[in-house]
Design a protein around this ligand. Structure first.
Ligand code: ATP
Ligand code: ATP
Ligand code: MG
Ligand code: MG
Lengths: 227, 227
């Protein structure tokens, strides 16, 4: 389902080049549960942004369901992002002037769904992450972990086949983290591919495969026994 | 050094009241190393904002070095925040249009220091957190963990006597987390009071005291053997 071939990403800042990704190749099958780990700055979020069709590599190819993403036009890319992929950003990326409910509804505005369906679907997603009572709060009226859970809820509403979650439990206490990981586990049991970045071993144990990044490359890539 | 008496914080949203803190009392001596834990939404950041003189309680008193904070005027509060307290925000709160270096220099603009001193002090703080090579990057040109470390560096530059750190390792891999905790440990050995919010037990183990929040109150408050 995901095939990445020799991906490079270089940021050019004046006369300095930052090589965030230096030749990353990997294949992920539908239904896998992959945990990506590695040092701060090793390229994990950069890689996730490319997988999520939010950024393009400087070099190399990315095939999603057999389609080469680099050859798609803007509308086709937007369509894929919206329908196939649910993304939980490391920094949440919530809109500050809209409520939790409206933030979760947002991905559904691109689809042909009724207002009723959209609101009920969003409320259901908030309920799943334990935030039904905070639906009218603005992001700055939510705790850090609540903002994170709104971002998680938002990633679920279009029934994506792939969920990309970048440090989804970074601001969550142990019990709430377990609740979130059980959500991902249930989705994975239904066949949804889960790729998540984490720095916590307890969280990585929910995955069946670990990929370790180091200095913009994959250092290790191995299967792990299921929890 | 810190004395909090029956602190309440209530947010009023139309006809709904959110009781974020419901009677919190505690005393912290100079030089202590306290880890605050508790479920998402239990009031930890709200409490930290009051300790950091960034917010006022709805009820109750807060004494910092014997001075009742609620009775200070704006300038006196700003002075305390600037000179006594280093704050690491859960969401980093970096200025997006200024570089890492400038973000770290920012707290020093209120003091009478030379430009040279300010820049060298900021560079030293960035070096301590391993980011000397990223000093000219804007926050959106930094990884999540790098942004977090810029926020940590910024909290150090005014040589505060108290550091309040809200989830300072939430986006950091294990090795970088250990480096950051060793920085806090060294500062604590010099007599600086460290109060940090964390959801990770490994991180809480660096502290000599754990305070557990639940539903806006302190559920447990106990000493722990030093690591
Ligand atoms: N400005 C606000 N208006 C209304 N409610 C608020 C506001 N800020 C925080 N809250 C609510 O107060 C409660 C406590 O929030 P707080 O940020 O202190 O929690 P926390 O313990 O830091 O959580 P986390 O571990 O998720 O960061 C939460 O339920 C939150 O929704
Ligand atoms: N827009 C940009 N311009 C320049 N450099 C960048 C930019 N974005 C990221 N970088 C650099 O690329 C490297 C990889 O960043 P990335 O965000 O992928 O790391 P990461 O593995 O997600 O780290 P973390 O665990 O801290 O979130 C970092 O060294 C970072 O400074
Ligand atoms: Mg990252
Ligand atoms: Mg918080």
């Amino acid at each position: 389902i995901i095939e990445v071939k020799n991906i490079h990403k270089t940021y050019i800042m004046g006369d300095v080049e930052v090589h965030a990704l230096r030749g990353v190749s990997l294949e992920i099958e539908q239904g896998e549960f992959v945990a990506i780990m590695g040092a701060s700055g090793s390229g994990k979020s950069t890689f996730m942004n490319i997988l999520g069709c939010l950024d393009v590599p400087s070099k190399g190819e990315y095939f999603l369901d057999g389609v080469e993403v680099g050859k798609l036009n803007k509308d086709e890319l937007a369509g894929i992002r919206n329908q196939k992929i649910g993304f939980v950003f490391q920094g949440f990326n919530l809109l500050s002037r809209t409520s939790a409910l409206e933030n979760v509804e947002l991905p559904m505005f691109y689809n042909n769904v009724t207002n009723t369906y959209r609101q009920e679907k969003a409320l259901e997603a908030l309920r799943i992450v334990g935030l039904a009572e905070r639906s009218h709060h603005m992001p700055n009226q939510l705790s850090g972990g609540q903002q994170q859970r709104v971002a998680i809820a938002r990633s679920l509403v279009n029934n994506p086949s792939i969920i990309l979650a970048d440090e989804p439990t970074g601001n969550l206490d142990s019990r709430t983290s377990i609740e979130v990981m059980e959500i991902f586990q249930q989705l994975n049991e239904k066949g949804i591919t889960i790729i998540l970045v984490t720095h916590e071993n307890d969280i990585a144990e929910y995955a069946t495969r670990n990929v370790i990044f180091k200095d913009g490359k994959i250092q290790k890539d191995f299967s792990v026994g299921k929890r």
